[in-house]
Ligand binder design. Structure first.
Ligand code: CTP
Length: 422
């Protein structure tokens, strides 16, 4: 059971917040609601009060008949300041729907109504579920505000894509479904006590996809964007780790807390990893290394010629991860990644765990369009010698946190040597 404080902003999606309350209370959680004045134009306080069984607050100077207590608590003797007492009692603060305006205020620490003052006073996890017009969501200002909030540890859910509030509007900006909101809130409360602190840990991340030249303009490559690797790096840095990223052809914004080494080919990636590996405690090998490269790169630009076909001789690239695992020292934790298609994905992952001699393989199913390459969300299963942990579909930042949690757990658990590893 969690005590959930729900902040409701003014948007057409406010009606879905009612459904969230119904689901959350049905699952045994205690819910209190604060609303902005504008949100009352969409859904009235009486509906939330009826579903939560507790008074709803709107104004900062409004007296709270429940004195900040949740429905499972008895009110205190004294009459506390409502916004301070409510958040002090909450295990998680969910803002849903969160408008662009409220997101901007939260990012910049404004406290001009009860909902935003409560957010500033909150020490519990903050989960923000945006809902707005697609242009407002995609606007650089909103994206910068979201990045700032995430950097500070808030969970900002990805809005859904589809039909939006106004007639004919379509795009990214839909409030996530109530069941997804509940799952995010439950994840946030479960994760709160177990936050892994990585101060003093040296983390090496590989990200992106290598490119193997065919000639001076063409290459063999893959679709990896580097998003998962960059999310892992930023989250590890946020938790205090010293992070180096070997970035293979990644065109994403850089985190000032992270050191980047840019590479193009598998051979360059291998050299950069070889250099950094001895001073690494945790390796997160998220890069997609091209498995075969042209045996001989053509000098200059290849000409088409008269033939209708072209035979290319390819040779295997070095298995960088297996090479590093072969020279690992005591105290190093190695995690590999495997993009697999559909059935058998986990079996392939388990095979790689043993074959590569690593502590975990993070498997994701690239057969699905809504996760994986160049998408901000992912869903993975972490395979270790001790078992499997499924991380449900979530923004890559959250998946990164779950992987780091697992890494911390692996480092503190007694080693279970996978079969085939000395
Ligand atoms: N890897 C690596 N060097 C390679 C290929 C892969 O270091 N030449 C690493 C990847 O970064 C990843 C893990 O090994 O962490 C698994 O990658 P994957 O391509 O799935 O492994 P392969 O051994 O190439 O397996 P497959 O036969 O499925 O291609």
């Amino acid at each position: 059971m969690a005590r959930i404080l729900l902040g409701v902003c003014g948007g057409i999606a406010a009606y879905k917040a009612l459904e969230f309350v119904r689901l959350a209370t049905g699952a045994g959680h205690a819910v209190r609601v604060v609303q902005t004045e504008d949100s009352q134009r969409f859904v009235g306080a009486a509906s939330f009060a009826a579903l939560t069984g507790a008074p709803v607050l709107v104004g900062e100077f409004e007296r709270d008949p429940a004195r900040g207590a949740f429905p499972d608590q008895s009110p205190p003797e004294h009459d506390p300041l409502s916004h301070l007492e409510l958040v002090a009692n909450a295990d998680v603060y969910l803002v849903a729907p969160a408008t662009a305006n409220t997101i901007a205020k939260l990012a910049h620490g404004l406290a001009d109504n009860l909902l935003t003052s409560a957010a500033l006073a909150a020490t519990c996890p903050l989960v923000i579920a945006p809902a707005m017009n697609n242009h407002m969501w995609e606007h650089a200002a909103t994206q910068a505000n979201v990045a700032l909030l995430r950097e500070r540890g808030a969970t900002v859910l990805e809005p859904g894509v589809g039909r939006l509030g106004s007639k004919g509007e379509w795009g990214a900006g839909r409030l996530p479904e109530p069941a997804d909101l509940l799952a995010a809130v439950e994840r946030a409360t479960a994760a709160a006590p177990a936050e892994p602190h990585l101060v003093g840990l040296r983390v090496l991340v590989t990200a992106g996809g290598t490119r193997e030249p065919l000639d001076s303009v063409r290459y063999l490559g893959n679709r990896s964007s580097g998003r998962m690797g960059f999310a892992l790096a930023s989250q590890a840095a946020a938790l205090g780790a010293e992070v180096t990223v070997v970035a293979a052809n990644v065109a994403l914004p850089r985190d000032p807390r992270v050191r980047y080494v840019d590479v193009e080919t598998a051979a360059e990636l291998q050299a950069a990893c070889d250099d950094a590996f001895d001073a690494t405690d945790l390796l997160l090998m998220a890069a997609a290394v091209v498995d075969f490269r042209p045996a001989r790169a053509h000098e200059g630009k290849m000409k088409k010629g008269a033939d209708d076909t072209l035979d290319l001789a390819l040779e295997k690239t070095p298995d960088v991860l297996a090479g590093l695992a072969a020279r690992r020292r005591e105290g190093q934790t190695l995690i590999g990644f495997a993009a697999e298609h559909g059935d058998g994905a986990l079996a392939y992952g388990r095979d790689k765990l043993v074959r590569k001699g690593v502590d975990a393989i993070v498997v994701n199913d690239i057969g699905r369009a809504d996760i994986g390459f160049d998408v901000d969300a992912n869903e993975v299963t972490i395979v270790t010698a001790a078992g499997e942990r499924h991380v449900p579909r979530a923004p890559k930042d959250e998946v990164a946190r779950a992987i780091l949690e697992e890494a911390v757990a692996l480092r503190s658990a007694p080693t279970v040597a996978p079969e085939g590893r000395a």
